[in-house]
Ligand binder design. Sequence first.
Ligand code: GLY
Length: 548
Amino acid sequence: MAVAVLLVVRAAPSRAAAADTSAQGRHGMVVAETPEASAAGVEILRSGGNAVDAACAAALATGVTHAASCGIGGGGFMLIYLSSTGKFYALDYRERAPLKATATMFLRDGKPDESLARDGALAIAVPGEIAGIDAALRRYGTMNFQKVAAPAIRLARDGFPLGDHLAREIAMMREQLARDPGLSSVFLKPDGSAPKPGDLVFEKTLADTLQKLGNKPDDNFYQGPIADELAQFIQSHGGIITAEDFASYDPVWREPLHRAYQGYEVYTMPPPSSGGVVLEMLGMLEPGHLGGLGVNSPPYLARMIEVMREGFIDREQYGDPDFVKVPIVELLSPQHINQERERALHHKMGHPAEPAHDHGTANLIAADAEGNVVVLTTTINTSFGSKLMDPKLGIILNNEMDDFAVAPGVPNAFHLQGATANEIAPGKRPLSSMAPTIVVRRGNPVIAAGGSGGPTILTGVLQALIDVIDFHLGPRASVDLPRVHEQAAPDTVFIEEKMPAKTVNALKQMGYPVKTVPKLGAVGVMTIAPGNLRGAGDPRKGGLAIGY
Ligand code: GLY
C-alpha cells in the first residue's frame, strides 16, 4: 500500500495552477457545474431539505445558469441512495421520441440528413425534466416544488453573473442564437454581440414559467396551456410534437445496474443510458492491479484505452429496454468480460480524427446529513439544444433526437455510430451516455461521481472511480488530473493538453492514434464518510463543491 501511494505522488502532474473547486463538509454537500447551482442545493439542505430536494433545486438552478447545457426543455437521469431503506432507485426522465416519429424521419431522398436531427424543431424530443423532478420530489423528497425552485426562480428573475463556460458557449454559438428571437433576446446584447463573463443575465420569462408550475409541476407542464403552447410553437417551426405527446409522457423508475469492483459495489444507471458500459470497463480492468502502474503512467493509460474501446464497441447493443432487448446480463457476465478483455489485446490501430464539440449536459451530486446521496445528470443535448427557445415560456428545447441512430451506421454529433438497437420509434427514448454512479463499501455509499460531455461521460466517470479506488486520490486530485478518451469510432485516443508531453509521446510510440484536445467533458466527484464529505467540481466547466 505504501509503495502504491508513493507512486501516485511521484507520477501526479503539478496542480499548482488549478483553481480549487473542492470542499469538505460535515453535514451536507452539493457538487454542481456552476457555483450558483451548488449554492442553491446547499440553501435547500440548510433549510431542512434532504439530498433529493437539494438535487432538484440544483438541477433547476443549473438549467438557469448553464442554460446551454440543460433545463426544463430537456431530460435526465437520477440515481438515488436512501439511507432509510439502504436501497438504490434509478429514475429515467429521458426525453421521448414524438408519437409521430418514424425510423426514416431524417432521411431525405433516401439519404440521412443529420442536420435535421441537430438543429430545429424536428430535432426536439418530448421533454422529461419537470416530470422527473416532480416524481423524485413526490416519492423521496420532503419539500414542494416551489420551495426547491425558489433559488432558480430568483437567479432567473434577479439575474446572475455569466460564468466563463456559458460565456464561451454563447460566443461560439452567437450566429445561431441571433437567428432565434427567444434565444437572442436573452443571451445576446441588444446590438447582437455576446455578453462577457460577469455580465448579468436575466431569464425573466423562464422565472414566470417556473412559478406558474406551482406545486403541481407535472400536471401544469404536461397538460393545459403550457403543453398547448409548446406543441403549437414546435409545430409552427416544422416539428411533430403534439399536446398528446406531453399528456402521455411519464418518467420511469428502473432497477439500477451494479457490479463488484475491488471489494466495492458500483451502482449506475441502466438502459436507455449506458452506465453498463462503465461496469463492463471496470470488469475488464479488475484483474489489472492498476494501483501498481502509477497514475496516468503510459502502461496504465494503454490499458485504459484498450478497455474504453471495447466498452464502446458493446455500447451499440444498448438502447431503450422498453423497445429492444438489451442483453445486459450477458454483457456483464464474467464470460463476456473475459472475451472483451481478450479482444482488447488484439486490436488494429486507426488514424487520428477530429473530436466532436460538445459542452452540453450537466451533472450534480448532493449528499445530506442522514446519509442520502443523489447523483443527477441532465441535458438538452448539445449546446443550446435545437437552438430554439419558446419566447412565451423562456424554455430552450432540446435536440435529443440526435442521440438516436438517424440511420444504421450514421454517426451522431458525438461521432457515435448508429445501431439498430437505437433506431427511432414513436415514444422511444434515445440511448444516452449519462452515467450517474454511486459506489458502496460494506453497505455504505463511499464515492459518488457523474459527468457531462456526451461519450466522455463514460470514460470520465471510469477514470474518476479508478483514481479514488485504485490510486487512493481524493476528489480534487481526481478532477484535476488530465484525462484520456477513446470511443472505438473514431479509433482515436483523445488526450487532454495538460497531459505531460513525455506521456503523450510514449503512447504515440506504442502506435496509438493520438489527438490532443483542450478539455474532455466534466466530472464531479464526492467521497462520503460519516461526518466527512469531500467533493470537487470540475474546473473544466466552472464546477464547484460547497459543503457545510
Ligand atoms: N445527450 C447526451 C447523452 O445523453 O449522452
